[in-house]
Ligand binder design. Structure first.
Ligand code: TXA
Ligand code: MG
Length: 354
């Protein structure tokens, strides 16, 4: 791990690390962020691994120029009126501590947004952050650079103490000016909502675009407060999803018009040979290939060698794909409950038929 003060050289080096899929912690005006290239699914999976988050939370995508907004968000999905309001907000409050939820661009992998079709976009007000982002791919996904469950870091030393060798570089830009995370504003619905209060006061937003609702105090059905930013943040496929242990999925008989999602090749191969040894299995007939469609039955593997980083980086894309296939049920194998496996299983279980 490199711990360097912000300088033209260190920023250039940091941008190279990002472009090669590495992780760089960097200063912003709110708190330090743990940055990864927003277009690189494996780099994004690493962010969750390093933070030790037991579940995938959608990340904030940081940009450094309004022209880049189109690479991260699909503004054509917004109404004309909302688009106008967005530009009023951007003109007046960006760069600054305001993250705006927008329909996501297809270029942003599903793991960045935890499977949601929306993305939080932020234009930070910090010279070093802006330079780093513009020298890299122009879009850097970053949660606060702290391990899961601990306080957000406002100094480079906090990042070093919390994450240390797990990141490739920490850029020291001195103490964060605001020291409190950005406000998260959702403008994708009919009613605009503040999902997380933060560095930009509600009044500053309302002065520009009128009333916004306080989404962070909405209670869920059990009466408990929904945690900030967690609203709508669970992606569940429309197709019924069943989560099975390794043994259960291996013994699950072939079923027409279904999708089987194996964790690794070994489970898929065991399932396949059990099917082939069964005289009644349709897989004994014809020239069905293992990987492709069989009578609309889709067989997929999250990671051939069972690498949890790869599995995590593909999870949401594959679930979306299966959801859009003709399968009427999805059977998914749990991941080994270690490393990112815990987060993968959390999301599978949240998306599963109760
Ligand atoms: O100030 C900040 O926002 C810092 C710096 C590094 O930019 N970042 C930060 O990220 O606080 P993080 O990951 O700790 O918090 C992101 C928040 C979470 O509450 C998350 O649920 C919400 O933003 N969020 C992100 N994308 C979302 C989406 N598509 N829909 C709803 N909430 C979203
Ligand atoms: Mg955080």
């Amino acid at each position: 791990m490199k711990f360097l003060p912000v300088s033209p050289e260190s920023l250039k080096e940091g941008a190279e690390i990002l472009k090669h899929g590495g992780l760089v912690a960097f200063p912003t005006e709110t708190v330090y962020g743990l940055g990864a290239d927003a277009f690189n699914a494996q780099a994004l999976a690493k962010v969750f691994e390093v933070k030790g988050r037991p579940h995938f939370d959608p990340l904030i995508i940081h940009i450094a120029a309004i022209e880049t907004l189109d690479k991260a968000a699909n503004l054509s999905l917004l109404s004309e009126e909302t688009r106008k309001k967005l530009f009023v907000l951007a003109e007046n409050l960006w760069p600054g501590p305001l993250s705006i939820i927008l329909p996501k661009s297809e270029k942003i992998p599903g793991i960045a947004t935890a499977g949601l079709q929306t993305a939080a976009i932020r234009f930070p007000d910090n010279e070093a952050a802006l330079k780093l982002i513009s020298l890299s791919t122009g879009a850097v996904a970053a949660p606060s650079a702290n391990p899961f469950g601990s306080l957000s870091p406002t100094k480079a030393e906090h990042v070093r103490n919390g994450l240390g060798e797990k990141v490739d570089m920490i850029l020291d830009g001195g103490p964060a000016r605001i020291g409190l995370e950005s406000t998260v504003l959702d403008i994708t619905g009919d009613v605009f909502k503040i999902l997380r209060p933060g560095g930009t006061p509600k009044e500053a937003i309302e002065r520009l675009i009128g009333n916004v609702a306080d989404g962070s105090s909405v209670a869920d059905t059990a009466g408990a407060l929904v945690s900030p930013g967690q609203l709508k943040s669970h992606y569940a496929p429309r197709t019924p999803l069943y989560v099975l242990s390794r043994e259960e999925i291996i013994n699950k008989p072939y079923e027409q018009n279904s999708a089987f999602l194996f964790y690794d090749n070994s489970a898929r191969d065991e399932w396949f040979s059990r099917e082939q040894s069964n005289n009644n299995s349709p897989l004994r007939r014809g020239s069905h290939t293992k990987e492709e469609q069989n009578d609309f039955t889709v067989i997929k593997v999250l990671s051939e060698n069972g690498n949890s980083l790869e599995a995590a980086s593909r999870l949401f894309e594959i679930l979306h794909e299966l959801d859009n296939s003709q399968a009427s049920n999805i059977y998914a194998q749990v991941a080994p409950n270690e490393g990112l496996g815990e987060a993968i299983n959390d999301r599978l279980k949240r998306g599963a038929v109760k």
